[in-house]
Design a protein around this ligand. Structure first.
Ligand code: NDP
Length: 284
């Protein structure tokens, strides 16, 4: 990498940022494409976001990823928010077009593309989504776009699940909402062909499972959006039951792929990104 006066700067803002694979993904793509650009982590504490966005304009930073906890708040500091980012009220990508800052959301497309890559049969499928936070919203939007037959949304806090469902079209869009404590949960999950964990349960080794693992059966596809740890206890249980188990790494890479396209107008080399993120996981 050769940094000089023409090097374009990209990065990721979040708090706490901790270990992130995004720099590895994007820098690998810049390198492979011979671009004079660099991507760096930029930890921004709550309360500092407005100043950070002003800094993007002042410093001519070309583009940013936005992650927890800033995805919702950042919209009000931008000039425009486009497409599904406006619909969901969540921005994970900022594009700086000659000083105009535009917010986008590539999590939805990222999840959709990762489902396509894994060969999942979403059209007409009954899908259980566990969790109703920001990630669940992107997942549900992508499932609706892919023609899912029905979405069974479960969450610890029922009111939050209702809010999420309403924002995405509610019952008219085929979304049914229940609390984890609902007596029908087990029967409904058993009947779903796809189960997606969009809670943060599984990030820590001693977390309880987001569902009863005895419900998982051969023929089901179980997706955990978590990719660190690479294989959560839920995915281990899925494999033991003979189900197909997939983690959230594909979503991460494909949202990065789409962000890169928005920033540069060119598709990055997917294989270089994919491999670099895997290597970073081993080092991190
Ligand atoms: P949010 O904080 O917005 O939502 C967290 C969700 O987890 C809520 O539904 C919350 O329920 C639930 N939850 C948290 N703790 C518990 C608990 N102890 N018991 C039951 N439910 C719980 O987070 P995000 O939506 O942004 O992220 C969710 C997960 O998705 C994370 O693990 C994150 O790492 C992953 N993710 C992966 C991405 C990828 O590219 N692969 C992209 C984005 C996220 P409640 O409403 O009751 O609080």
């Amino acid at each position: 990498m050769n940094i000089d006066g023409r090097t374009e700067i990209y990065g990721i803002v979040g708090w706490p940022l901790g270990h992130t694979r995004s720099p590895a993904l994007h820098n690998a793509a810049f390198e492979r494409m011979g671009m004079n650009a660099v991507y760096v982590p930029m930890p921004v504490a709550p309360g500092g976001l407005r100043a950070a966005v002003e800094g993007v304009r002042a410093l001519g930073i070309k583009g940013l990823n936005v992650t927890v906890p800033h995805k919702v708040e950042v919209a009000k500091y931008l000039d425009r928010v486009e497409g599904v980012a406006a619909e969901l009220g969540a921005v994970n990508v900022i594009v700086n077009r000659d000083g105009e800052l535009v917010g986008h959301n590539t999590d939805v497309e990222g999840f959709g593309l990762s489902m396509e890559k894994s060969g999942a049969k979403v059209e007409g499928a009954e899908v259980a989504v566990l969790g109703a936070g920001g990630a669940a919203r992107s997942v549900i939007r992508a499932l609706i776009d892919a023609g899912a037959g029905g979405i069974q949304l479960f969450n610890r806090t029922l009111s939050k699940a209702e809010e999420t469902a309403d924002a995405l079209g509610g019952a008219d869009a085929g979304i049914d909402v229940r609390a984890f404590s609902d007596a029908k949960v087990d029967t409904i999950i058993s009947d779903c062909s796809i189960i997606i964990n969009a809670t943060s349960l599984g990030l820590k080794a001693d977390d309880e499972l987001p569902m009863n693992p005895a419900l998982i059966r051969r023929g089901q596809l179980v997706i955990d959006l978590i990719y660190e740890p690479w294989k959560t206890r839920l995915l281990e249980a899925a494999e033991t039951a003979g189900a197909t188990a997939t983690n959230g790494y594909g979503m991460l890479v494909f949202q990065a792929f789409e962000a890169f396209r928005l920033w540069t107008g060119s598709a990055p080399p997917l294989d270089a990104m994919w491999e670099a993120g895997l290597r970073e996981g081993l080092n991190g």
